[in-house]
Write a protein that binds this ligand. Structure first.
Ligand SMILES: C[S@@+](CC[C@H](N)C(=O)[O-])C[C@H]1O[C@@H](n2cnc3c(N)ncnc32)[C@H](O)[C@@H]1O
Length: 231
């Protein structure tokens, strides 16, 4: 148990500015904590379903995979657990990378999944070094989708595939989660509806069409909305 003296000392150190975080750092930290919590509770069932969906469509369960905007690493972990792939997990938030490191260690997968700190517009991997790119729930926050798609095309090997988008894996999971998210956050429904709208499908199709070196389609089904690229 933490003693009153220790609590006082922590407050004192904090007040002295020695362990103070800026508002930005605190809010980044809170976002990563929140994502980690929800990924381990309400969203927990979606990751194995999505990993299975991507791997089945890819048609292979070996090679190299990367999860873009991996947050706490739940999808990367599910891909590693459902395959023999070596997995990179990239996120631009240092807090997310720290969380993901803990979660990967907790899953006993440090030899199969490597966390990467970086931005999707500058993926720190060589050309044609990845077989499968997956990404869930991150694209809606990307400032430069075109640059991210060009990077995806660059790192994919010939014969490789990418699934980039968002969703909850199945109609049943989606319906349960949407109801619960709307109860929790009043601003969530418009964000979700916009992400899943025909306008988003059209925009993503446009971005895909101007990405050199890959072809594909935008799928919108019960599992979610996915830009599917093939190289
Ligand atoms: C809503 S979370 C989704 C996390 C995870 N994919 C999941 O489904 O559990 C979005 C994540 O994308 C990351 N992200 C947003 N923009 C990014 C970018 N430009 N490059 C890398 N990561 C990014 C955020 O830091 C955050 O961890």
């Amino acid at each position: 148990m933490i003693s009153a003296t220790r609590i006082w000392m922590i407050c004192w150190i904090d007040n002295m500015g020695m362990i103070q975080m800026t508002d930005n750092e605190r809010s980044e930290n809170e976002k990563s904590d929140g994502m980690d919590r929800i990924a381990k509770t309400l969203f927990a069932p979606i990751y194995p379903v999505l990993a299975g969906y991507f791997l089945d469509r890819f048609g292979r369960r070996d090679g190299v995979c990367i999860d873009l905007g991996s947050g706490p690493g739940s999808l990367a972990i599910a891909v590693a657990q459902s395959s023999s792939m070596m997995v990179w997990a990239l996120d631009k938030s240092e807090d997310a990378v720290r969380k993901m490191q803990e979660n990967i260690a907790g899953a006993g997968l440090t030899d199969r999944i490597t966390p990467l700190h970086g931005d999707v517009v500058q993926i720190p991997l060589p050309d044609t070094s990845v077989d499968l790119v997956v990404s869930r729930g991150s694209i809606f926050f990307w400032e430069d989708v075109h640059a991210a798609f060009c990077e995806t095309a660059r790192i994919l090997r010939p014969g490789g595939m990418a699934f980039i988008g968002g969703g909850f894996g199945s109609a049943e999971l989606r319906d349960q989660i949407v109801v619960k998210m709307m109860e929790r956050r009043s601003d969530w429904e418009p964000f979700y509806r916009k992400n899943m709208s025909p306008e988003t499908v059209a925009l993503l199709n446009e971005e895909l069409a101007r990405t050199n070196g890959v072809h594909g389609e935008v799928i919108r089904d019960d599992s979610g909305i996915w830009v599917v690229m093939r190289k």
